[in-house]
Design a protein around this ligand. Structure first.
Ligand SMILES: CC(C)(COP(=O)(O)OP(=O)(O)OC[C@H]1O[C@@H](n2cnc3c(N)ncnc32)[C@H](O)[C@@H]1OP(=O)(O)O)[C@@H](O)C(=O)NCCC(=O)NCCS
Length: 173
């Protein structure tokens, strides 16, 4: 079962989201430090929760949050959308602006490999009004890009940066 949180509820859950974030992204091979998790809940999440189209979904087991995913409506003038448009001018007209920006997907390490990530992915995208979605993820072979490809995302730019790729998905309504 997934829950969908409005911006206020998402911010109220920041402590639990931080714990899941650190469990997922602090793991070996990801190696994000606790300071990055702090920045996530203190700066990134509040900024993104204020954007139009913000949607956050989470899963719980025995009351504790086990995973979450969120995004918002991407528009020109936002840092990331402008970055994509610069990096991929040929794609920008078709993909950037009015799309759903799929920002984060994280599942606590102890419950990975049981379909929670796939469930969160589907819950986040279900019912969106956006015609298209964009995300960036790791360029190497690991669970996240495998999940996205399994879910029908296409690689738009394999080398958005040295270690990240840009993916796009047409959303059926
Ligand atoms: C990416 C991530 C969210 C996936 O979460 P998850 O809950 O493990 O995802 P799933 O369980 O749906 O799928 C993971 C794997 O388990 C497998 N799996 C799912 N259910 C299964 C089951 N019942 N039995 C056996 N295997 C199963 C999937 O096939 C998949 O295998 P693959 O990696 O070889 O393709 C998680 O690994 C994570 O948080 N990673 C660190 C943060 C990250 O990379 N976030 C994305 C940034 S863009």
């Amino acid at each position: 079962m997934t829950e969908t949180l409005d911006p206020a509820a998402a911010l109220a859950a920041a402590g639990e989201l931080r714990r899941v974030y650190l469990s997922a992204f602090g793991a070996p091979g990801y190696d994000e430090p606790p300071e990055r998790a702090d920045q996530f809940v203190e700066e990134q999440l509040p900024t993104h929760a204020g954007r139009p189209g913000f949607k956050l979904v989470l899963t719980r087991e025995d009351g504790a949050v086990t995973g979450f995913a969120y995004g918002y409506t991407g528009e020109r003038g936002q840092w990331w959308s402008d970055r994509i448009a610069e990096a991929a001018p040929d794609l920008a007209g078709e993909w950037v602006g009015g799309h759903f920006e799929f920002v984060e997907l994280a599942v606590a390490a102890e419950v990975q490999g049981r379909g929670v990530g796939a469930t969160l992915h589907d819950a986040l995208l279900t019912g969106l009004p956006h015609p298209k979605a964009l995300l960036s993820t790791y360029a190497d072979d690991r669970p996240a890009p495998r999940l996205y490809r399994r879910k029908g995302w296409q690689v738009l730019l394999p080398n958005l940066t040295a270690d990240s790729a840009l993916y796009g998905k047409i959303l059926s309504r």
